[in-house]
Design a protein around this ligand. Structure first.
Ligand code: GCO
Length: 255
């Protein structure tokens, strides 16, 4: 099998929330596969520093700091990319937050912030990217879902609703944009060792439960998402649309 199928050389990838965590791991993998990166985060200094690290490693990378929940900022960011002649070939909607507490205790504002960050942002940024991909007749959109795209557990209600929405937003994007040469798919990470999950990692009771539910009997590592991400970002998946690939150690397969 030719490895050029997975080569991202000549492609530009915007990965939201890529100054750290899963987004950073995916961006690292894309860079090693030859892509030029547009690194995003809400913090200007951290985003610039991350992009500089990519350049120091010999990769092409720009920083584009914006809050994914701020539609005006998203529009400005895309206008700046347009003005710089930077066309986004691959969009990874990765940015997200977690908020854990009983559903009855959530305020509507707290609910709204999770939905805005984890779901609405993927629509807005996906819309802006697709507007530019459609005339080019090609593009890749990868939304980051979750096991919570399929299943729920107590205390993460807004996150679960948002990630369930990601699964179907991905399908909605696929059915409208596939005819334009755009493949829109999702990745559903299982329980990965990230900052967002540190409270869970350090909770013995949660760990005992989790290890009983995961056939692989371990937490996932962020770089274990890179293979699925490169597959969906590359020519290896030109006829894959609307799918969610779960990278979860087998958890969804288990009763
Ligand atoms: C939680 C976790 C999960 C993981 C991941 C699982 O509190 O249950 O944050 O949501 O982050 O999404 O697939």
């Amino acid at each position: 099998m030719s490895t050029s199928l997975f080569d991202l050389s000549g492609k530009t990838a915007l990965v939201t929330g890529s100054s750290r965590g899963l987004g950073r791991a995916i961006a690292d993998g894309f860079a090693k596969a030859g892509a030029r990166l547009v690194i995003n985060g809400t913090d200007q200094a951290r985003t610039q520093a991350a992009a500089a690290e990519f350049r120091a490693a010999g990769h092409q990378a720009e920083a584009s700091a914006f809050d994914v929940t701020d539609e005006a900022a998203v529009m400005v960011a895309f206008e700046r990319l347009d003005a710089a002649g930077i066309a986004v070939d691959i969009l990874v909607n990765n940015a997200g937050i977690q908020h854990r507490k009983p559903l009855v205790e959530f305020t509507s504002a707290e609910w709204g912030k999770v939905i805005a960050t984890n779901l609405t942002s993927a629509f807005i940024i996906g819309r802006e990217a697709a507007k530019r991909m459609i005339p080019r007749g090609r593009g890749k959109i990868i939304n980051i879902g979750s096991l919570a795209s399929e299943l729920a557990r107590p205390t993460v209600g807004p996150y679960t609703a948002a990630k369930g929405g990601i699964r179907n937003l991905t399908r909605a994007m696929a059915v409208e944009w596939a005819q334009h040469g755009i493949q829109a798919n999702a990745i559903g990470p299982g329980y990965m060792l990230t900052d967002m999950n540190q409270a869970l990692v350090q909770n013995p009771d949660f760990n005992n439960w989790l290890m009983s539910r995961i056939p692989s009997k371990r937490w996932g590592k962020p770089d274990e998402l890179v293979g699925a991400a490169i597959f969906l970002a590359s020519d290896a998946s030109t006829y894959v649309n609307g799918q969610t690939i779960y990278v979860d150690g087998g958890m969804l397969a288990a009763m």
